[in-house]
Design a protein around this ligand. Structure first.
Ligand code: 5GP
Length: 192
């Protein structure tokens, strides 16, 4: 998606450890107009899918997912991260290793908000090793719901997440795919 790539080129900062910082428009200060354009793009890309719910993970996926949910006119649910949980049977749970914080979190969604009738589009800001998306897929499978697709703002194509999800036969639509980036020069190369 041209306007997202342009924005990453203009405002993205490449950090050591394969981290791309986009906190001036995506995951700290948020450009809601850009999110709306992204939502319309996903609406077109997933127009054949009977999506009735958006699922994301806190915290940085929530802003994007809310705007996207408005474009699809469906509710949005976010998985909560918890350091430890009481398994009281009321929650679907999975484990996710955080790429940026290098910690393992339990993620939880109340059973009230996922059901076998749900056809779900997963939305997140970044795709790196795929742990966050795989955790969300676990929750959806536990509920007997259907994964209709995954929409990612920025996929880092040199990490394994994208390949893992595509190999599962899931429709993955990343609006920008970074092929490579260099922390010294700040150069970012996109896949087309
Ligand atoms: P994964 O679970 O695919 O390894 O990583 C995805 C999650 O880690 C995303 O939800 C995102 O919050 C965070 N993340 C991964 N890579 C980056 C990055 O380069 N920059 C930022 N800002 N967040 C990232």
């Amino acid at each position: 998606m041209e306007i997202l790539e342009e924005r990453i080129r203009k405002d993205g900062v490449v950090k050591e450890g394969n981290v791309l910082k986009v906190d001036s428009f995506l995951n700290h200060q948020m450009d809601v107009q850009l999110f709306h354009e992204m939502g319309l793009e996903w609406k077109e890309l997933f127009k054949d899918k009977p999506i009735n719910k958006i699922l994301t993970i806190e915290a940085s996926g929530i802003g994007i997912a809310c705007v996207v949910a408005e474009c699809f006119n469906v509710p949005v649910v976010f998985a909560k991260k918890a350091a430890s949980i009481n398994l009281d049977g009321e929650m679907y749970t999975s484990k996710v290793e955080s790429f940026t914080k290098k910690r393992v979190f339990d993620i939880i969604v109340s059973k009230k908000f996922l059901s076998p009738d749900d056809h779900i589009l997963i939305i997140d800001d970044f795709l790196a090793n795929g742990c966050a998306v795989m955790g969300l897929i676990d929750l959806i499978n536990a509920a007997g719901a259907t994964v209709e697709g995954v929409g990612i703002a920025i996929e880092k194509g040199f990490q394994q997440g994208g390949r893992m999800i595509r190999e599962k036969g899931i429709q993955l639509e990343s609006l920008a795919i970074v092929e490579g980036m260099n922390a010294e020069t700040g150069e970012i190369v996109f896949r087309h």
